[in-house]
Design a protein around this ligand. Sequence first.
Ligand code: SF4
Ligand code: SF4
Ligand code: SF4
Length: 571
Amino acid sequence: MNSPIYSVDAECRDCYKCVRHCPVKAIRVENDHATVAPEGCILCGRCVGVCRHSAKRVRDDLPRVRALLWRDANVQVSLAPSFISEFPGIRPAQLASALKKLGFAGVHETAEGAERVSQVVAELLDQANSGLFLSSACPVAVDLVVRHQPGLASMLTPVMSPMLAHARMLKARFGHDAAVVFIGPCIGKKRDADRSPDLLHSALTFEELRRWFDCCGVDPASLADDPGYAAPGTGARYPLEGGMNQTIRDFLKRRDMDDALVTVSGLERIASELKTLERRRPGQPPLFLELLACEGGCVAGPRASARNAVAARLDVAAYARGERPRAPAEVAIDQTWHPEPVAEPDCTEEELSDTLKTLGKTQPEDELDCGGCGYNSCRALARAIRNGAAERQMCVSHMRQLAQKKMNALARALPYGLVVADAQLRILECNERFGAMFDETLALAYASKPGLQHADLTRILPFPSIFRSVLDTGREIIRKSVKVEERIYSVTVFNIEPHSVVGALILEVTDTEKRRQQLIEKSRSVVTNTTKTVQEIAYRLGQNSAQSELILNSVIELFAADAPDPCGREE
Ligand code: SF4
Ligand code: SF4
Ligand code: SF4
């Protein structure tokens, strides 16, 4: 089965936004395309959320589930408790009716599985004298631990996620041939489903469910309540930050652990807390951390609607309020977690500094750590380049320096005066030839400020109107001859950013023009003399000389076609 998050290379604009937002840098850039590296990806879904070009997508499992419903009558839904904030204004029993209309045989809340998880974790904690316990309810947080902080994998509580626990409960209730489909806000659950096909057929997101309702014209708000729909129990608090801990407290027998049940939500916070806890001394009193990858809990899951977080929280809290702890079905939900470290070859300081040099960073102060490449530091980018996960051209400052060097070399080598100006006719760049082109004052100004950045072109150039015309119309002017006093220039003005930045190549062609004018004058006198002679001969022979005259005149016009425009100094 394909990874639940995949890349569409053709849509990628190599902006590195996904790299910047990926908390574990599980995105490789190859041939200018950012691709998800499945071995490191923890399915947090951030890259999907931030990519404005839809180049990162979530696998669509709807076709598989619809095909399942066509061939199988015993398909049960495990519905994540955050549905209450996802479909505000719709009664849970109405949503159950809508799901049955799609073809499901029964609809049940995952809250039931969550209660069983809390019960088993409470039993573990009741017996614990010491140690760190990490919740295993959120698959993204679990993957963060086993893949990126594998030293802590053994601290994960040896229990399944509420989704898998619930699937096992449903199978026990409806028979082992029953198929279970989970529906919730989470992308990470798709991988859990892929890994446990014996328990779960698929995990759909709320986004997929909405699409399904839309395409089948099912409107839950218009349906009557499903009479068989059961109350959720205290597990309904799970999608809220702290909800799992509250439910564990309901089952805990000891009372000395109330303050040792701590919630940490948000991947960055989890990663930094775990780093400090790695150093926790053995033998310290038991501490349980409820880990939620999404800040605020599953109500803010990656495939939940972008609702106001406070309103969503209030909806879920109101729904769960008043629910009493109940005794969940005693199914076995044990699960062992193993470290799955992501292989990252180490590199020596020497190798790292060699790579930094190829990025133009030879001194510590060259390391800007600007984050433009998507990595937090120049060293992190250099390490990724060495590991084949990144490319040199991702360094924006290096590419800018390189472009500037190329531009300078080209400008130096050009036999033309080169000037680049913005829409206000301020100079952005010019070469030395341009500086020496008009008068001594300009040459002195260039000597004191090479490049003449920000200088007013209208005060320097005798023919700024040509630039203005290209900026206004966007139509380029190619090799126009312009006369300024005794001098003649060949001027080409071209677009760099139409209507906002133009460039010009200017060549003084006074001598060439003079020679051309002389040639025209000489040709004209030759034509006049020849015409006279031809007319005389024609007169004597009685023939028409008009055709010969036409041919000779067209030769002169050809030479004269590019006669320079006179152009005085403009204000
Ligand atoms: S966010 Fe990532 S996938 Fe999307 S266009 Fe930018 S680099 Fe490509
Ligand atoms: S889903 Fe998360 S971990 Fe995976 S590549 Fe995207 S941002 Fe990175
Ligand atoms: S906190 Fe987010 S990632 Fe974790 S289970 Fe909930 S929705 Fe999924």
